[in-house]
Design a protein around this ligand. Structure first.
Ligand code: SAM
Ligand code: GLN
Length: 293
């Protein structure tokens, strides 16, 4: 018989062994600390060893558990979706700050008149291009229930996961479209806010072969020789899909800030600014589309 302590000892050299064991026995990691001498059932041990083997072969923990938290939302992820990264929360946070929630008149106890019909911020139309598991779109949908949010992906499998996440989280202010960047959308439709975390890693970047990353879809990460190929398309195409005064926010690599700001200005954006992630690295650039009269 194998105890919790012995099983952890067995996985000592493998990253995330404790989290993998917790998943295999269907408990949280704190339970393992509390019950080191508890014996594992044979099926649990078999499952644990199989998951350890896959983790040792470089699969990301999130693919083994099928779950990853983003913006405090538990999201289902599969090998068809990128594993959402904490640094992508910067994009969500920047969007929420650009468009703060309107006064929550509908939530007051006493009867109140209906909200102002002019309240454009309440009904804002936002677009998440390349939604993957749905991370960005779902975080916005949860924070701003009145917004109408469109989410796209070129991958039908990824989009199916995003839809499933929306259903499971009971978020209803979302529409999903499959296709290549803006081509996925109904012709002529415009937005006040576009967000995109596109693939931005240079094709030859050794990080693409790193732990975890090597098992993620290359189409979610690699973007040509300089990593800017998809960013060029997304930025250049945005003016045709933004209302005047609308905003574009993109994530990018830590050494791409200058090039991305230039692409924004070339496309007619003003107030162009790059923001840093929690590790202090350039990570997101935003700008306002203000066509000259
Ligand atoms: N938004 C998700 C996130 O932040 O976790 C996923 C981002 S992942 C870096 C890029 C996503 O863009 C992938 O889901 C990929 O399938 C999608 N994608 C790649 N090329 C695309 C294209 N030409 N048109 C639409 N989506 C694309
Ligand atoms: N930050 C991711 C990584 O380095 C890249 C994500 C992306 O290409 N959008 O693995």
């Amino acid at each position: 018989m194998t105890t919790v302590r012995q099983a952890l000892e067995e996985g000592r050299s493998i990253e995330d062994a404790r989290l993998i064991l917790a998943h295999a026995v269907g408990r949280d990691p704190a339970w393992l600390y509390a019950w080191p001498e508890r014996e594992l059932e044979p099926a649990q041990l078999t499952r644990y060893r199989e998951l350890l083997r896959r983790r040792a072969a470089g699969e990301p923990l999130a693919y083994l558990t099928g779950e990853k938290e983003f913006w405090s939302l538990p999201l289902r992820v599969t090998p068809a979706t990128l594993v959402p990264r904490p640094e992508t929360e910067l994009l969500v946070e920047s969007a929420l700050r650009l468009f703060p929630a309107p006064e929550q008149s509908g939530r007051r106890q006493e009867p109140t008149p209906p909200p102002e019909p002019e309240d454009r911020s309440g009904k804002l139309k936002a677009l998440d291009l390349g939604t993957g598991s749905g991370a960005i779109a779902l975080a916005l949908a949860a924070e701003r229930p009145a917004w109408k949010i469109a989410a796209t992906d070129v991958s039908a499998e990824a989009l199916a996961v995003a839809k499933e996440n929306a259903q499971r989280l009971r978020l209803e202010n979302l529409r999903f479209f499959q296709g290549d960047w803006y081509e996925a959308l109904p012709p002529g439709e415009r937005f006040q806010l576009i967000l995109c975390n596109p693939p931005y890693v240079a094709a030859e970047d050794p990080n693409l072969r790193g732990d975890g990353v090597a098992h993620e879809p290359p189409s979610a990460l690699a973007a040509g020789r300089d990593g800017l190929e998809e960013l060029r398309l997304v930025i250049a195409g945005a003016p045709a899909r933004l209302e005047a005064g609308g905003w574009l926010l993109v994530e990018h690599g830590m050494d791409q800030g200058k090039a991305v700001r230039r692409l924004f200005r070339q496309a007619g954006f003003r107030s162009v600014e790059t923001r840093r992630d929690l590790a202090g690295r350039d990570r997101a650039t935003l700008g306002c589309y203000a066509p000259s009269p």
